[in-house]
Design a protein around this ligand. Sequence first.
Ligand SMILES: [Zn+2]
Length: 529
Amino acid sequence: MDDLLIRGGHVIDGSGAPGREADVSVLDGRVAAVEPRSARPARRVIDARGQVVAPGLIDIHTHSDFTLPLNPRAESKIRQGVTLEVVGNCGFSVAPVLPGRAEMQREYLASSAPWLPFRESTFADYVAGFPPTSVNVILQVGHNTLRLMTAGLENRPVTAAELGAMERMLEEALTAGAWGLSSGLFTAPGNFADAAEIHALARLLRRHGAAYSTHMRDESDQVFEAVREAVQVAEATGVHVQIAHLKLSGVNNWGGAAKLLAEIEAARRRGVPVDCDAYPYDTATNPLRNLLPRWVMEGGIPAMLERLRVRDVRTRIRDEIARSGLTNFGRIPSWDVVRVAISPQMPENAGRTLGDIARSRSVDPIDAVADYVVADRGETRILITSMTDADVHEITRAPWVTVGSDGNALAVTGITGQGKPHPRYYGTHAHVLGPCVRDLRLFSLEAAVAKMTGVAARALGLRDRGTLRAGAWADVVVFDPARITDRSTYEEPHRYAAGISAVLVNGQVTIDGGDHTGALSGRVIKRTT
Ligand SMILES: [Zn+2]
């Protein structure tokens, strides 16, 4: 007898094929059969009439390694039908932490993981101690983390000995099950790395059959050069490259989506193993300090805070921003597009714009920003509206572009329910299945599902997840295609998505009638060679 029968639903299997009426049987964590009018007996039947039954959604780019230990039920994700998160992105990973470096790591990640405790650990320790969670998790090791552990935040090439140490830590992480390496070349210390350093690590990944993902060196005025740098890693080493959260930031670059997609498509046509993901929002989120010129962070966070008090430093920052726009984000119309999301030392400012903060203090915006970074010890996270809808829609629409929320698994109650985080943490996948299909008509429902399941699984090299077929792991979502929607907004971000009635993770019912059952049946999916 099967464990479960999902009866009468409209099955969209993740392959991109048209949906069809079928019943889905589940036994021992796997899909046992997908067939019309099944006669297989089951201990429990879920009535899915009028609803879509699809593979569990893959959130291919997230930072939930910062919150899953605090929110193992992964509420904001599982309530969208997400059953797998790829974490350790943008060069940031919680491990490894070498002896004596835990405080440096805590300080470095405070604007991303303000509530997470850090301790000395190998990657194997980290994997072994990773808590049971409601979602499956793929872990990556971060290049910024490896560099922080060897050369700190120093602006220089690593020595041969340091590169050797990074390679040993990478190898240790891969052996412990890490899927691959992520880089964050947009910020210190990743931006101090040259191509030779990245290629050396990529060759090691290739030897282990592991993957590389990158938050590129630039997403604004040098975005085309940055794409070429990422493609070059794949071309030179043969490693699979995942370009994270593809976007065109800054007014100078608006309207360039078609050309940017064409650049990547040309590489794919040449057979270069490169994929990319995006989130469907015109607003990014980042530490406030990352908007400043890169030299501001040289030498570490305490050095940065000291530097930002100096009047001449502020003048230099003001001149550089006037000349070439913000680091990473390019030119913005005004500081009114930059909004405080989470401010650990000054939580009352969540939701206020930096423009408003400057006006209320009658100070110049650069002074307001510098003062803010100092007062909040560099820990402030902001929202910045620096893209256009037209580009976002064009990128989202491409069938080969997968969906990564770039967000954390949060919950409306408890420690992760604080501040005003980006609504994408709660809404990305529901937004794609609902408003992007029904209102914006960017693609069919089948294409939307495929981007977040079959196409994503292929980019990851996952064979037994991402399509609903006999033998695959039973990660399944059941939703109402007319009702599914995100409800999270910039003003009220802590709202779960609507329209999802059931979610299975490795065959366990985790969302049942719209409610979380408490099941923690996700597992760390380790790379195997
Ligand atoms: Zn990133």
